[in-house]
Design a binder for this molecule. Structure first.
Ligand code: HPA
Length: 264
C-alpha cells in the first residue's frame, strides 16, 4: 500500500486519529517542513503523513505558508496521494455553509507566492499541464467514502484562490461569480500546482464555512470560519478515515506521471 498524506487546513489540526504519531522536521531545499507520521488507527498497516498547513496554533497565514517545503517533504517521504482540507467561502447559493465540495478546477488570483519548483534557476524551462489539476479518480474514491460515512460531498466546483490574508470585497465576490467561481479560499494555489509538478495525486475537500462577502448578511471573521469548521470536522474526519486506505491502493488515474524533480 502506498503512503498517503492529509494536509490539514484551518480547523483540521489534530492528528489523534493516527496510531503512534511521530512529529518530524524534514529538511528540504526550500526550508523545513513539520509533519506527523503514523499509521491509521482504523487500518494499522496504512502509513499516513499529516501536515498542518498553518503550523502550530494556526500561526502561519496563507500567503506565508512554505508550500514548496511542504510538498517537497511529502514527496521525500514517498507520498503517492494527498488529500487537502480547506475552509472556503461560497459564491454559489447551492453550496451553503457546512457543504463539502470536491473541487475540480481553480482560478488563480494569488500575487506574490513562489508557485513552482521549476523557477528556471537550473536552466530548465518547464510548463506543467494543468487541464485537470485535481486527481479525478481520487475524487471518486472520496465521494464513495462519503456515501459510506453518510456524508454528502458535492462533486466538482471551481476554487478561486485569493492572496489574502484579507477577505474579499463584495465587488470581488461578484466578479469571481461571473467568472465561474464556486468557492473562494486562500490556499489551493500553489499547493495543487506543486503537487502536480512532483506527480503527487492531489485532491481537496473544501468545507464551506460562510457565504462570500456581500452574499453573507454579516461581516466575515476568522472566528466564524473556525467555528463552522469545528462544527463539521468530525464529518470530515469520518470521510478521510474511510477514504485513506482506498487512496493508498494502486489504481490508475488520469494524472500525468511524475516528472523528474529539479536538481537543487
Ligand atoms: N474568503 C476567503 N477565504 C475564506 C473564506 C472567504 O470567504 N472563508 C473561509 N476561507
Amino acid at each position: 500500500m502506498n503512503t498517503v498524506a492529509v494536509i490539514g487546513g484551518t480547523g483540521v489540526y489534530d492528528p489523534s486519529w493516527l496510531h503512534d504519531p511521530k512529529e518530524k522536521t524534514i529538511e528540504t531545499p526550500y526550508g523545513q517542513a513539520r509533519i506527523t507520521q503514523g499509521h491509521l488507527k482504523t487500518a494499522a498497516s496504512q502509513s499516513v503523513v499529516f501536515l498542518n498547513r498553518h503550523g502550530l496554533g494556526h500561526s502561519v497565514p496563507p500567503h506565508r505558508v512554505n508550500y514548496r517545503a511542504n510538498v517537497w517533504a511529502l514527496k521525500a517521504l514517498g507520498v503517492r496521494r494527498a488529500v487537502a482540507t480547506a475552509a472556503v467561502g461560497s459564491l454559489n447559493l447551492a453550496m451553503g455553509p457546512g457543504s463539502m465540495v470536491l473541487v475540480d478546477q481553480f482560478l488563480d488570483f494569488t500575487k506574490a507566492r513562489p508557485a513552482t519548483f521549476f523557477d528556471g534557476s537550473d536552466g530548465q524551462v518547464v510548463h506543467t499541464d494543468m487541464t485537470e489539476p485535481y486527481c479525478q479518480a481520487s475524487r471518486q474514491k472520496l465521494q464513495m467514502a462519503g456515501e459510506l460515512a453518510d456524508v454528502s460531498l458535492i462533486m466538482g466546483g471551481v476554487y478561486v484562490t485569493t492572496e489574502g490574508p484579507r477577505f474579499e470585497t463584495a465587488a470581488e465576490i461578484r466578479a469571481y461569480r461571473l467568472l465561474g467561481g464556486d468557492v473562494v479560499g486562500m490556499t489551493a494555489v500553489p499547493e495543487v500546482v506543486l503537487a502536480r509538478e512532483l506527480g503527487i495525486c492531489y485532491t481537496t475537500i473544501a468545507m464551506v464555512t460562510n457565504f462570500g462577502a456581500g452574499i453573507s448578511p454579516t461581516l466575515l471573521t476568522h472566528e466564524e470560519v473556525v467555528e463552522v469548521m469545528n462544527a463539521n470536522v468530525d464529518r470530515l474526519r469520518e470521510v478521510l478515515l474511510r477514504a485513506l486506505p482506498q487512496l493508498a491502493e494502486d489504481f490508475s488515474c488520469g494524472c500525468p506521471p511524475p516528472r523528474q524533480a529539479p536538481s537543487n
